[in-house]
Design a protein around this ligand. Structure first.
Ligand code: EPZ
Length: 425
């Protein structure tokens, strides 16, 4: 397990370019069993999770190869097999979304039931209920989900209303229905994340007929076949938000190129409340940090609310804001693995009933800490930049799942990160 070693405090200065969005690339790749022929995807980030999804596609018979830095050439000749290797699905929950497209393409398929992780139980009941509503028969045995596709669908109308907003379930059911000719699907209480709109745009470029992505009400008219296309994936709003928070937290001056203000409204609203100076233009967002910030109350909610994937990062920033800030986590109730580690660095954060109460301290101090998941790793990296002295972040491999060229990008902003691939004693 590797470690980052860095000394703070550091003031970030310079320019950083945001990569393609992990959480747009993954559902698009999961849809490929339904997309026949040649697909060319641009702006695909080279991340651990993307590599895992590529391995899964290759394991079921799809040809995938990198053409240049961030372009994938994908050839699906329509002869996929229906069994996805357990050890690959176990690595990454988002791979579960291949079940519907693969089952529809092959007739039957089996995919490992995803386990939980550091941020919660992560059940897939909404996915399974949705597939059953589409006419699939689904069974679970020995930790594997087995599905069989319905026969040809006559003209039929199906309504799926999710009891709770779910990004993955919305994407999974929307994608599967897109390839079901004769079916009209209405999804209510759909997730509204921009990545779902990107997925809709990709599928429609392949011949799908989907409307409403980005709102809570989606309509899908299934078609006979989806043909490959050439598509450019959106930029990663969570990566952008992470760098914006790092810049503000270190009172630096950073231009985050390709950051899209339309996708970061909730964060920018928090910045305004806190007194962070920033400007937006067509190239991105520039933070020209203020000196003294105001404490704030944040409600973490599904999009367009404050994103749960930026909650660990903003918590690090709030730890040295004078006064008391509150952050209520309404998506993943137990997503606070980073809190005990931040407290080891001198933060004063108490979590009660999914609310983090942050009492601002004068400064953080460097310490050996451990990353529990992807965004916790980002949170500890920000805290290490703020802290006085040496910080060693172990289990740092989590960060490579979601941040392309993270070492180079932070070094480009003036940070001297040492990466030790083995555990530091
Ligand atoms: C997606 O995960 C993202 N991952 C997560 O980003 C993100 O945190 C999450 O959405 C919320 O925005 C990808 O897009 C690959 P959910 P997902 O289904 O789809 C419950 C990151 O750091 N639920 O929206 O798995 C669930 O337990 C990752 O990039 C059910 O109860 O999240 C949670 O409480 C972390 N049953 C809530 O819904 C289900 O069948 C929202 O989860 C599905 C979900």
């Amino acid at each position: 397990m590797g470690s980052f070693i860095l000394y703070g405090p550091v003031t970030l200065r310079g320019k950083v370019e945001i990569s393609g969005a992990k959480n747009a690339a993954l559902p698009i790749l999961a849809s490929i069993p339904l997309i026949k022929g040649i697909t060319v995807l641009h702006n695909v980030p080279r991340l651990e999770d993307v590599h895992t999804m590529i391995q899964i596609l290759r394991s079921i018979g799809v040809k995938v190869e990198w053409k240049g830095e961030n372009t994938l050439l994908i050839i699906n000749e329509g002869s996929c097999t229906g069994d996805v290797p357990y050890e690959l699905v176990r690595k990454m929950r988002a791979s579960f979304n291949i079940l519907g497209p693969l089952t529809l393409s092959v007739g039957k398929a089996s995919v490992a039931q995803p386990g939980g992780c550091a941020i919660g139980l992560r059940p897939v009941n909404f996915h399974i209920d949705g597939l059953e509503k589409l006419g699939f028969s689904v069974s679970i045995s020995h930790g594997t989900v087995h599905a069989t596709a319905p026969g040809r669908v006559d003209e039929s109308e199906v309504v799926v209303s999710f009891p709770k907003v779910s990004v993955g379930a919305t994407e999974h059911i929307m994608t599967t229905a897109a390839g079901m000719k004769g079916l009209t699907l209405q999804i209510n209480n759909a997730a509204q994340e921009p990545e779902i709109e990107d997925l809709q745009n990709f599928l429609n470029s392949c011949g799908a007929r989907i409307t409403g992505a980005g709102t809570s009400s989606l309509t899908v008219e299934g078609v006979e076949e989806l043909q490959g296309c050439e598509y450019t994936i959106m930029y990663d709003r969570i990566e952008a938000g992470t760098y914006l928070i790092a810049a503000a937290a270190t009172h630096g001056e950073v231009e985050v190129v390709n950051a899209c203000s339309n996708h970061l409204g909730a964060l920018l609203e928090v910045f305004e409340h806190m007194g962070v100076n920033f400007t937006c233009n067509e190239n991105g967002i520039t933070v020209k940090a203020g000196d003294v910030y105001r404490p704030v109350k944040i409600e973490v909610n599904p999009y367009p609310g404050f994103p749960t994937d930026l909650q660990p990062q903003i918590l690090a920033m709030l730890s040295t804001v004078k006064g008391v800030s509150l952050v209520k986590e309404n998506v993943f109730k137990s997503r606070f693995g980073h809190v005990p580690e931040l407290n080891r660095m001198g933060a004063l954060i108490v979590v009660e009933d999914s609310v983090a109460v942050v009492e601002g301290v004068e400064e953080l101090t460097g310490a050996p800490v451990e990353a529990t998941d992807l965004r916790a790793a980002a949170s500890l990296l920000i805290a290490a930049l703020m802290a006085k002295g040496e910080t060693i972040i172990s289990h740092i491999e989590h960060i490579f799942r979601g941040y392309e060229k993270v070492i180079e990008k932070f070094r480009g902003l003036g940070v001297n990160i040492v990466y030790e691939p083995r555990d530091v004693e």
